[in-house]
Design a protein around this ligand. Structure first.
Ligand code: GSH
Length: 202
């Protein structure tokens, strides 16, 4: 199996962490969609990473779809509950974590425009999404070890990948200050071997 992606992407990291947690061997193809010579568009018409090319040469993209695909392989530790409604609840939290990351990416991209072209309202709007989303996640962790139930799940992976990416790309943003539960939880997750082995590399 091949994983196409960049070493900086939080969504690619989600899949690298999942593959490591499941013990699935894979070949990493380093390709950033932002580079002029990228071939990502040949695999994913949307020009985004991560992309998986399976042993049967089938292509899967968007990290939640890839995560679903990896679960179809069946023999590895699941990061989703067996019960359909419980699984949906984990996927809802995964969508929230991914959505926070999407908003943070949009925030970063706006700040990279020429100073006289930046729109402060766009930055503020994205920042509000991030802040509200993080508050929601922090509230879930007041008396809980994991975001959902008693087990490490895909929602935890998506959240930690997004927040550690915030540290990497928006280091001035103090998301920890008013969110001690989320801060402690991410510090704990960062120590897992699957996270320690996948730091974002510029
Ligand atoms: N919802 C997608 C998001 C993927 C995504 O936005 N990836 C970024 C890398 S961090 C990308 O490829 N951006 C290129 C672009 O938007 O053209 C997922 O979960 O896989």
């Amino acid at each position: 199996m091949k994983l196409i992606g960049s070493l900086t992407s939080p969504y690619v990291r989600k899949i690298r962490v999942l593959l490591l947690e499941k013990g699935i061997p894979f070949q990493f193809v380093n390709d950033s969609p932002w580079e002029a010579d990228t071939r990502v568009g040949d695999f994913n018409p949307l020009g985004k990473v991560p992309v998986i090319v399976s042993e049967e040469h089938e292509i899967f993209f968007d990290s939640p779809i890839i995560a679903d695909y990896l679960d179809t392989l069946g023999v590895y530790a699941p990061q989703l509950p067996a019960d359909a409604l419980e699984a949906l609840r984990v996927r809802q939290l995964e969508a929230l974590a991914d959505g926070i990351t999407d908003a943070a990416v949009a925030w970063l991209l706006e700040t990279r425009r020429a100073a006289n072209q930046q729109d402060a309202r766009v930055i503020e709007r994205q920042r509000e999404k991030v802040e509200r989303g993080l508050d929601r996640l922090d509230a879930r962790l007041v008396q809980a070890e994991w975001l959902h139930g008693q087990a490490f799940s895909r929602a935890d992976i998506a959240t930690a990948c997004g927040l550690l990416w915030l540290d990497f790309r928006l280091p001035h943003f103090d998301w920890r200050g008013s969110r001690p539960h989320l801060a402690a939880y991410v510090a704990r997750l960062a120590e897992r071997p699957s996270f320690a082995m996948t730091p974002p590399l510029a």
